[in-house]
Design a protein around this ligand. Sequence first.
Ligand SMILES: Cc1cc2nc3c(=O)[nH]c(=O)nc-3n(C[C@H](O)[C@H](O)[C@H](O)COP(=O)(O)O)c2cc1C
Length: 152
Amino acid sequence: METFEMIQSRKAIREYSGQITDEQLNNILIAANAGSAGMNEFENYRLTVIQKPEILSQLTGIYGAPTVIVVSSTDDNVMAGNSAGTIVHGMELEAENQGLGANYNMACLGSIPVGVVPDAFQPIFAITLGQTTEKFTHREIPLDKFKTNFVK
Ligand SMILES: Cc1cc2nc3c(=O)[nH]c(=O)nc-3n(C[C@H](O)[C@H](O)[C@H](O)COP(=O)(O)O)c2cc1C
């Protein structure tokens, strides 16, 4: 799909019909790694792919997603949140590119069992992923969804 069309078709998907393949996961991780880290501090971030049913069943608000990828950081500040946003957004768009369902997720962060994310890293943002039967179609995006001030 053409990039601008893909951006406009993106939507939160909360119904999943199956697990993603390892190849699909690999592409999503490439997209994550195409993200940015403030101050070039890539070592301050860690990705954790969760597909183990015993762990997934302990996560709240993931809508039965078969894959959750958590971005964690050594920092818990605006820079970390913004960096995690770029990482997760890239994954979300690549998921859509592959026809997968995905959604940004913060609801699960507090329920991640100790030891899942490496010591010294705290969960910042996550994405839920899975196969979906939903289709991505053009959405009319109102230009005032985010009110905009022009200074010119
Ligand atoms: C920072 C952030 C956190 C979010 N956390 C959740 C979440 O925990 N659970 C959820 O279902 N959706 C979550 N969302 C998705 C939004 O609810 C969703 O994008 C919004 O309803 C707009 O829908 P759309 O993405 O289809 O345009 C989050 C989005 C952002 C940007």
